[in-house]
Ligand binder design. Structure first.
Ligand SMILES: Nc1nc2c(c(=O)[nH]1)N[C@H]1C(S)=C(S)[C@@H](COP(=O)(O)O)O[C@H]1N2
Ligand SMILES: [Mo]
Length: 254
């Protein structure tokens, strides 16, 4: 069992070096269907190879004892440059609403209470920032997949975009996931961190947790979720603030 698993890992690692040649022989991918069309919608051999290796694996979860005593805040620590967010923040987000729109059957405006009333998932995970630090924290909120289900994705939807309240200079922060990552069980809209309401510095009122991805994918201050057919034509076109600004990889699998 162990042997064949490590052998499979080795073969997959070899396939990355060879530019994803493994794909050619993969029966599951040669059949038309949603799985293949999802893969075809994303770019790059690196992404394809990683997807094959990780499949539907869960990110590691930890125990309460493993939680970091200090979880640093990084990037923007508020969205005070955004007047709408600022006035919601002053009122403890009492009548803040998350907009869900784009390629959906039923555009939604969800209050914090509505998000809290949905089935919740809690997870203790490690956050890895590319700047070279990690921290373990506990996150809780509804699964993104459930939110998307209530909005009803149209067949043309391929990407889920997270529009944030904060900006750096004139560039708003945004991020995006493909549909596989968006529906992963550990992809949640967290309104709670370490057992308390999500602090301002960590993205209040809600932030994305996509636990198999690097830190910059975990969008804070999410105001709007948009389903799109393509990332082209949106800001720099690369699917995220850091992807546009610094060329960070869109597929940020850990
Ligand atoms: N809206 C928004 N989301 C963001 C950022 C940001 O500046 N603005 N920074 C990203 C980066 S690089 C990291 S490492 C994490 C930091 O999350 P934390 O402040 O909870 O540690 O948020 C990510 N999400
Ligand atoms: Mo980061």
């Amino acid at each position: 069992m162990r042997d064949s698993l490590s052998r499979r890992r080795l073969l997959s690692a070899g396939a990355i070096g060879a530019g994803g040649l493994l794909l050619a022989g993969c029966d599951r991918l040669s059949k038309p269907g949603p799985f293949r069309s999802l893969l075809e919608s994303a770019e790059g051999a690196h992404f394809h190879s990683q997807r094959l290796i990780i499949g539907d694996a869960l990110a590691q979860e930890f125990s309460v004892a493993d939680m970091s005593p200090n979880f640093r805040a990084n990037g923007n620590r508020d969205a005070n440059g955004n007047a709408a967010w600022l006035s919601h923040s002053a009122r403890q987000f009492a009548d803040w609403q998350l907009r869900v729109d784009g390629l959906v059957l039923r555009p939604l405006d969800l209050s914090l209470e509505a998000l809290k009333a949905m089935p919740q998932r809690a997870q203790i995970t490690r956050h890895d920032c590319v700047e070279g630090w990690s921290a373990i924290g506990k996150w809780r909120g509804p699964q993104l997949g459930a939110v998307l289900k209530s909005a009803g994705l149209l067949p043309s939807a391929r990407y889920i975009v997270f529009h944030c309240a904060d900006s750096t200079g004139t560039s708003p922060y945004y991020e995006s996931l493909d549909l596989i990552e968006a529906h992963h069980p550990q992809t949640i809209l967290a309104w709670e961190m370490n057992g308390a309401a999500l602090p301002i510095a960590h993205g209040a009122p809600i932030r994305l947790r996509a636990e198999r991805q690097l830190g910059y994918k975990h969008a804070k201050y999410v105001m709007r979720i948009e389903a799109r057919a393509s990332l082209a034509g949106l800001y720099g076109g690369k699917g995220g603030y850091w992807e546009d600004a610094r060329g960070y990889q869109w597929w940020a699998g850990i």
